[in-house]
Design a protein. Structure first.
Length: 470
């Protein structure tokens, strides 16, 4: 009878067979050891895969068919959820074992400090970050009591130029590829340089806001760091005295009465274009003949006297007929047929129904006037100096803060100088009308039959008319 004997170990127990599919245990990796593993992996496919290092926890080298990649993996539990971090450090033999361990320890330290860059799965997508920034712009405008005009403009720029290029990118990827952002800006700036500059400023502001909320984003590594924008200098253009008649001719060619009233009021009052576009009907006090510019650049409300000339300019917009749309060549219309219908949907920039000048925010860019916008404010100051108005009254009429004077004392001065401010405003308005060749009464295309003579008395917009216009 034959007996079966089994080979035993030193303790008398049979050896434990190793499962070939079991995870490999960490070992002390060296460059000669990796070279040997590489040779065995070329001959035996089972030798490929991850080989962990026992000296730096989380460090491993991945042997594939043609490459040897150093990778670092780390897992931690946050509020009951396991979060994995992963980073490719380099390739062997370009990166030795000692260099891989050093890079692994650096990345482990950044993970412990919470400053490590997030992976693509957990990183903030650019589209989400930009939409959050748009909401910030909208909330900021509402807190100041202003219509969110820059929010609307930024949204249009994003849909037309920014999202088509950068949708699908993360902020980390954009931060690591400033050359790609610079190339995109250079291509866009060839045709629309101003729009390209606005897009860069929006991306830069979006990244800064998100970097303030996410410690893994480096505030100094902005995606637009490689773009140097030209400094914007304020225009110092003014309307020369001999150009006033040409300005009036171009002004009379403006078909929209709201835009005509907007430009004439800007010239007569010197109010900033954006602040004038935000003027509400309740800001015009007809009984006291005063108007209030709310939330201006200096943050203090500006109270300005209304002269008959200013009242007439405001009345051009307030008493304007409903806007119409001319339709031609539509389906179902006869050849040569022209159809004029009332505009039901307001202008895209009109976000409220009580603006004095609705839809006039960008009117200066399409007016055809020799000068418009803030240049009219410079012209107002020039005319005030020509009329020998004191510098203090000019400061008050332009809404400037006096240097070294407290807010309380400034208010007292404005109350004391109230009659003088009205007299100065009347003098400036009369001078403006004289240079323009206008007289109190209907102006613009309504007075085209009498180019310089308007026999009617000015008609101030009443409260009843204001409600009807609203």
């Amino acid at each position: 009878m034959s007996e079966r004997f089994s080979r035993a170990t030193h303790n008398g127990k049979p050896p434990k067979r190793t499962d070939p599919d079991a995870p490999r245990k960490p070992e002390l990796l060296t460059d000669p050891r990796i070279e040997a593993l590489r040779e065995m992996a070329d001959d035996t496919p089972q030798m490929r895969g991850y080989w962990k290092d026992s000296k730096v926890f989380g460090l491993a080298i991945f042997l594939s068919t043609h490459s040897n990649v150093w990778r670092f993996r780390h897992q931690k539990r946050v509020n009951g959820k396991v979060i994995s971090s992963f980073k490719t450090l380099g390739t062997w033999p370009a990166m030795t074992v000692d260099e891989a361990r050093k890079e692994g320890l650096i990345y482990a330290g950044s993970l412990a400090a919470g400053t490590a860059a997030k992976g693509k799965r957990t990183a903030m997508p650019f589209r989400v970050a930009f939409e959050n920034y748009l909401e910030h712009l909208k909330t900021q405008a509402e807190e100041k009591g202003k219509p969110p005009r820059w929010y609307l403009n930024a949204k249009k720029l994003a849909e037309a130029h920014i999202f088509p290029q950068w949708d699908g990118w993360t902020l980390v990827e954009m931060s690591q590829n400033p050359r790609a952002v610079k190339t995109w800006h250079a291509k866009l700036a060839k045709t629309i340089p101003t729009t390209a500059a606005h897009c860069v400023r929006l991306i830069r502001a979006c990244y800064r806001q998100e970097a303030g909320l996410d410690r893994t984003l480096n505030p100094m590594a902005s995606p637009t760091s490689g773009i140097k924008l030209k400094k914007r200098r304020a225009s110092q253009k003014v309307l020369d005295f001999e150009v006033f008649p040409k300005w009036r001719i171009a002004w009379e060619k403006i078909e929209n009465p709201v835009h005509r009233g907007y430009h004439l009021t800007g010239l007569l009052t010197g109010i900033r274009p954006g602040e004038l576009a935000n003027l509400r009907l309740d800001d015009v006090d007809l009984e006291k003949r005063m108007l209030v510019v709310r939330n201006p650049k200096a943050e203090l409300n500006i109270n300005l006297p209304i002269t008959p000339q200013i009242a007439q300019a405001i009345a051009i917009s307030v008493n304007a007929p409903p806007q119409t749309i001319t339709q031609t060549g539509l389906r179902g219309m006869k050849p040569g047929e022209v159809r004029v219908v009332e505009r039901k949907k307001p202008h895209g920039e009109v976000v409220a129904d009580d603006f004095v000048f609705p839809g006039a925010r960008q009117a200066g860019q399409r007016s055809g006037l020799p000068i418009s916008g803030n240049a009219l404010r410079h012209t107002f100051r020039t005319i005030a100096v020509d009329c020998e108005i004191s510098e203090m009254l000019i400061h008050f009429l332009c809404g400037h803060a006096l240097d070294g004077v407290s807010e309380e004392y400034t208010n007292k001065l404005m109350i004391e100088k109230g009659p003088a401010m009205r007299a100065a405003q009347e003098k400036i308005s009369a001078r403006m009308f004289q240079l323009l060749g206008l007289k109190l009464g209907p102006v613009g295309p309504a007075a085209s039959g009498s180019h310089h003579d308007a026999p009617l008395v000015p008609s101030l917009p009443t409260r009843k008319k204001n409600k009807a216009a609203a």
